[in-house]
Design a protein around this ligand. Structure first.
Ligand code: FES
Length: 157
């Protein structure tokens, strides 16, 4: 049996995965935070799926763990509480509403800026939720703030 974990501690499992919490607890709370190799990560349970992202927004480091989840163009997105940037839970893409001025009657359309927020792989095993350590050979804009807030900050909800 695994020892239970609080929101700010995590144990590394023998196979390299990092224990985040009990599946049923996170399903109930809908979100939790954890430290993964020192970085703040937020885990959401939304419409039957788990998603994990760097907790600090790629724009200026806002706390995504406090953001609201909205459906935008059929995609579940977290809206940063600081300047309302929109990030897809599934892919970490930054979305923006853009206008094509060449259209006869331009209307704003949601478009992707590409993957800006690092997402983390979630594994469910035997009622426990784990994250994989990040692959740092690939970099994302959110890495800057993940590093800046590394091993610091207050993860309380
Ligand atoms: Fe998230 Fe600016 S810090 S939108």
């Amino acid at each position: 049996d695994l020892p239970s974990s609080g929101t700010s501690t995590a144990e590394t499992e023998p196979d390299g995965l990092i224990f985040i919490g009990k599946e049923e607890d996170i399903k109930k709370s809908q979100r939790t935070t954890a430290k993964v190799n020192g970085r703040e990560v937020v885990v959401f349970y939304h419409e039957g799926k788990f998603h994990a992202l760097d907790s600090r927004c790629y724009h200026e480091g806002g706390p995504l763990r406090l953001g609201a989840i909205e459906d935008i163009n059929g995609q579940a997105c977290i809206v940063c509480p600081w300047h309302k940037y929109v990030i897809t839970l599934e892919t970490g893409e930054g979305l923006y509403e853009g206008i094509n001025p060449l259209e006869p009657s331009p209307t704003p359309q949601w478009q992707s800026k590409g993957v800006k927020q690092r997402i983390h792989k979630v594994t469910i095993d035997n009622g426990n939720v784990y994250l994989s350590p990040p692959d740092l050979s690939v970099s994302f804009d959110s890495d800057y703030f993940a590093d800046k807030y590394k091993n610091g900050g207050d993860l309380s909800m």
